[in-house]
Design a protein around this ligand. Structure first.
Ligand code: GRF
Length: 195
């Protein structure tokens, strides 16, 4: 599997995918990391692993569609088959989705369909639920919707803050994201071979 990872921040999920590949738990290569914030730690992680990284700063593009056109062009240059949104904090448009139909995977820090959008961890804490978690899903136009690939549950403890809870959710994200990539690829090849 030829992966393109897109990240905006720390990139711990990017690292988890790279580590799963290194450990031979996932048969794939990361062709390129695309990041949109010049200071994203994800870029440092890529450099440390010798993975190519391309900065596409959304502030330099007139609108989301034009940014996504540039993203598609970059992903094609790097021969990417599957896109992993690993903390990509921009809404993606039909430009990206139509170019890679059913080939984009997102990781979200809640048990979808609960707590979509930003601040999912805070939303869960404020709602008073006792269990939350994370979801790996295929991306469609509606934000944080699309077919669910894998989920993991995380209990909310009495003294949890958004930080402590998010840290425990991330442990699960790092576990399920590589598995979800393998699962999606396997499912997709079955659909193709049945045709
Ligand atoms: C993760 O919690 C993910 O669910 C959300 O953004 C966060 C990214 O974390 N979409 P990291 O940059 O991979 O550390």
């Amino acid at each position: 599997l030829k992966l393109g990872v897109m990240a905006s921040g720390s990139g711990s999920n990017f690292e988890a995918v790279a580590q799963a590949i290194e450990n031979k738990q996932l048969n794939a290569q990361i062709q390129v990391l695309i990041y949109n914030n010049p200071t994203a730690k994800a870029a440092v992680r890529a450099a440390n692993r010798g993975i190519e990284a391309v900065l596409l700063n959304h502030r330099e593009y007139k609108n989301r569609e034009i940014l996504d056109q540039k993203i598609v062009q970059t992903l094609r240059q790097y021969d990417v088959e599957w896109i992993i949104l690993a903390g990509w904090m921009r809404v993606v448009t039909s430009v990206l989705i139509d170019a890679f139909p059913n080939k984009i995977i997102n990781i979200h820090p809640s048990l979808l369909p609960s707590f979509k959008g930003i601040n999912a961890v805070e939303q869960a804490l404020e709602s008073g639920v006792k269990i939350t978690g994370c979801t790996a899903h295929l991306v469609c136009l509606e934000v944080d919707s699309g077919p669910i690939l894998m989920q993991a549950a995380v209990p909310i403890l009495l003294d949890d803050t958004a930080e402590t809870l998010h840290a425990r959710i991330q442990v699960q994200e790092h576990r399920i994201l590589p598995q979800a990539i393998a699962l999606a690829a396997q499912k997709y090849s079955q659909i193709v071979s049945k045709e």
